[in-house]
Design a protein around this ligand. Structure first.
Ligand SMILES: Cc1ncc(COP(=O)(O)O)c(C=O)c1O
Length: 403
């Protein structure tokens, strides 16, 4: 059982951890799930890939989510064994025959996504032409407004998409339509545009769908300029639903990963060295901070210093700030997070940083490269910096001084 503290500051008053610390905030999961449940008229599917920590998955389920997007047999197994009566959506468009077989026969998976006729043939052959399949056709859509587009890899287009929709309509018990507007989609309108584009293809195929899954991509506020208020995304979706030809009583789903769990974790790192505006910290691109190194992600963060008299406890806005680059602990020069991460100029070796909103695609990306990748784990009760789901209650960017 992980110990619970009120805040990172309180924890660091008692401890001087050498390894980085993953801090879990259960209330942040509850808040995100509740927000989606009250603002989205369809059902939620949690994209397990964003954070598969068993406690996180349990908290998502305890807050009422029964549907899980799984992309591998390992994720299938995790959800099957830990969340009884869950619905598994195997939404990776290309799967091995062995995994399809096991998912269908061993775990009872009936929902699969495809974006090519070959994958349909695979599923039908492996399941011996099963009559109880729900097949989602993954369609291409404009994902250029996202930070992490996925369309280069997946999504049927044009006449191929139309033929696939017709074929699935004949072969599957239920036809679903899905797309992904890219992760961290910065414009609400992309959802409506994708629904209209998909609806047009379905109309041209002359079919009706039982299910529409608008995918993930809902953004989290990381830095100035990022969307904070997700309400406009929801209204954009609701206003566009009529554009999708669906059977009466058809079901609508959204499949967020990032937006449900980003605020569920922060990371405490230690500054092991400083050279001018470069800080050497004990986690990085081969750890929870994968996105900071590989996508130049700038996470919100604050300094927690043990050095008396170095910093006054003050608002960061009022103090002298410097834009720092961060280096992770491995010997690879790619383990670099260029930032800039604005911190008080006084930061020095032995200080700690709390890096917020690391709950999505953080822990799942961490490897043991160079012998790093060990984390302490704690629960925290205080709030994250600037929550998407409570935009008015912004936590000030406080420089926390511990003596
Ligand atoms: C099929 C599918 N669904 C949902 C998601 C979750 O996306 P996000 O975390 O941006 O909400 C992803 C992310 O890659 C995905 O591939």
């Amino acid at each position: 059982m992980r110990p619970t503290y009120f805040s990172a500051e309180q924890y660091l008053k008692q401890r001087r951890p050498i390894d980085p610390v993953r801090c879990f905030r259960p209330h942040a999961i509850e808040r995100a799930v509740t927000w989606f449940q009250s603002h989205f008229s369809g059902q939620l599917i949690y994209a397990v890939k964003a954070n598969m920590t068993p406690d996180v998955v349990q908290l998502v389920a305890q807050n009422g989510v029964r549907n899980f997007d799984v992309a591998s047999l390992t994720e299938v197994d995790l959800i099957y064994h830990s969340i009884p009566n869950s619905n598994l959506f195997y939404m990776n468009p290309v799967k091995s025959r062995a995994h399809i077989r096991s998912a269908y026969y061993d775990y009872g998976v009936r929902c699969f996504s495809i974006d090519h006729v070959d994958e349909l043939e695979k599923i039908l052959t492996v399941t011996e032409q099963a009559k109880d399949l729900t097949i989602f056709v993954r369609l291409h859509c404009d994902d250029s407004g996202s930070v992490l587009p996925l369309g280069k890899k997946y999504g049927a287009e044009g006449s191929d998409a139309i033929e696939l929709l017709k074929l699935v309509r004949q072969k599957a018990e239920r036809l679903g339509v899905t797309f992904h507007v890219g992760s961290q989609a910065m414009q609400a309108e992309t959802f409506g545009e994708a629904i209209r584009y998909a609806g047009d293809l379905v109309r041209r195929a002359g079919v009706l769908a039982e299910l529409l899954n608008v995918g993930g991509g809902f953004p989290i506020f990381y830095k100035d300029g990022d969307p904070v208020d997700l309400t406009s995304y929801m209204s954009n979706i609701e206003q566009s639903l009529d554009a999708m030809p669906m059977v009466q009583g058809g079901e609508v789903f959204a499949e967020p990963g990032r937006a449900l769990v980003a605020e569920a974790e922060s990371l405490i790192v230690r500054v092991d060295g400083r050279r001018d505006n470069e800080l050497f910290i004990n986690d990085g691109g081969y750890g929870v901070l994968y996105d900071a190194a590989n996508c130049d992600w700038i996470f919100p963060l604050h300094l927690i210093s043990h050095h008396e008299g170095v910093c006054e406890r003050t608002n960061a806005h009022d103090s002298e700030l410097t834009g720092f680059q961060l280096w992770g602990p491995t010997c690879d020069a790619a383990d670099h997070m260029k930032g800039p991460f604005f911190l008080p100029t006084c930061v020095k070796e032995g200080d700690y940083l709390e890096i917020h909103k690391t709950g999505a695609y953080g822990g799942v990306m961490a490897s043991g490269f160079n012998g790093f990748g060990c984390y302490e784990e704690i629960f925290l009760e205080d709030d994250v910096m600037v929550s998407n789901f409570q935009p008015d209650a912004q936590v000030e960017n406080v420089i926390k001084l511990i003596s």
